[in-house]
Design a protein around this ligand. Sequence first.
Ligand SMILES: Cc1ncc(COP(=O)(O)O)c(C=O)c1O
Ligand SMILES: N[C@@H](CCOP(=O)(O)O)C(=O)O
Length: 510
Amino acid sequence: MRSVAHSAECDAAAAPDGTPARHRAGARLPRRRAGPYCAGPMRYVSTRGKAAPRDFEGVLLAGLAEDGGLFVPESWPVLSPAEWRALRGLPYAELAARLVHPFCGASLSFAALSAMAREAYAGFGHAAVAPLVQLDHRTFALELFHGPTLAFKDMAMQLLGRLFDHVLARRGERITIVGATSGDTGSAAIEACRDRAAVDVVILHPHGRTSEVQRRQMTTVLSPNVLNIAVEGSFDDCQDLVKAMFADAPFRREMRLAAVNSINWARVAAQIPYYAYAALALGAPDREVAFSVPTGNFGNVLAAWAARRMGLPVARLVVGSNRNDILARWLAANDMSVRPVEPSLSPSMDIQVSSNFERLLFELLGRDAAATREAMRRFRAEGRMPVPDAAWRAATALFQGLALDDAGTLAEIRRLHAGSGYLADPHTAVGTAAARALAPEDPAVPVVAVATAHPAKFPDAVERATGRRPPLPPRLADLYERPERCRVLPPDLGAIEAAVRAHARRNDPA
Ligand SMILES: Cc1ncc(COP(=O)(O)O)c(C=O)c1O
Ligand SMILES: N[C@@H](CCOP(=O)(O)O)C(=O)O
């Protein structure tokens, strides 16, 4: 079998909806054949065009670009149908290494990445790592919650923790990770980075707005390199504070800040393989597949878009929202206007400002960094994103959106349980309901709903809907008895920076 990475091509030009140039009839665009592993080398540019381009290691450590933008690959690796076919049947870790490596360029050897991937996924609680469960004649659940913290974040974070370690050990450096969480990224990041010698971790969560299991998964980790801060505000406040810390250049340098949210490209790259895993199992590249993704910060569905950009035949991307429906409103009527964040039964999606939308916007605007910069400036200033009609139309050819309120979410959990005995968490239920409502017209296209969290993370909602209270796995059985440690702070940049500085100094007085 030829190595995918050796034969993958880099292709910078695509249709606005992301269709690779090679998949469009009559496309005659210059394509350059890359060297091994796309090592051209793989470079990344900022969506706002004012930060210096980086290699993979640079974007891994930088997180957010200095101009406030997000890093994206300068060119996309694209696999031919034969190359996709050759990936069928590979164990998950092997597939992950092959699909992530083209994004690493010369920064990392394939052997080193493969070893990290094998280690990262060895501890998952299911032999398939990301099993597909059939729900009805054409709908499947792709279960991404078999990692240590029971949510899809582990799929990327377990690899990211190892990537940080590998790179920092070689460079002899130390970093301070700052992350914002609406419930799941935080515990996955803490689990992946706890007790690591070269990393301090500070996680901001919205005070009182996560489930108790989510909070305890973070606050009961008492490792000296971990600090939890409960911010008196919403997830959007937490995310704003993280971005403000990155924008404070002296603080960023002093703390050597790094990011674990999906603003870090490495997070998105490590979320691509499971889309390929599911699609290949269902017949891709010889059959189209649709995905339904419960969405908040837009990182997960952006990874699905990236898989399509790499040549995976994805017919439709369904975006599921809760009552925080900014994305569904945008897809329905090109109305992306911010409203206050409302608490819901799917708290991890209680988000209004979806960071990763900026990466899609950049592509929709033909990679025009000045236009992206201006749209983001206006979004921040006016609370409304101006997306040109043509770009919005191109997006809606691929993306569809559905918002489900709490009553609808409970009804969907109940329906799934009554129908097949399947226990879905509230986020997953948003995805399965959206999958059913917005399945492609062609009945031959299977729809994969991404199951993003284990039902035991949200036992109250699941019990309300089904009468069954899903138990935590045995290794977490004493979670409610463990002592917690957490600081509660107002959404004030000065106070948060002081807490981060004190934490980092305690662990590294030098
Ligand atoms: C369980 C769960 N489902 C869905 C989402 C939304 O994913 P994304 O933020 O990548 O859109 C999150 C948070 O990210 C989550 O934790
Ligand atoms: N829903 C997330 C919010 C952050 O998303 P990320 O993918 O950008 O880390 C969470 O649960 O924390």
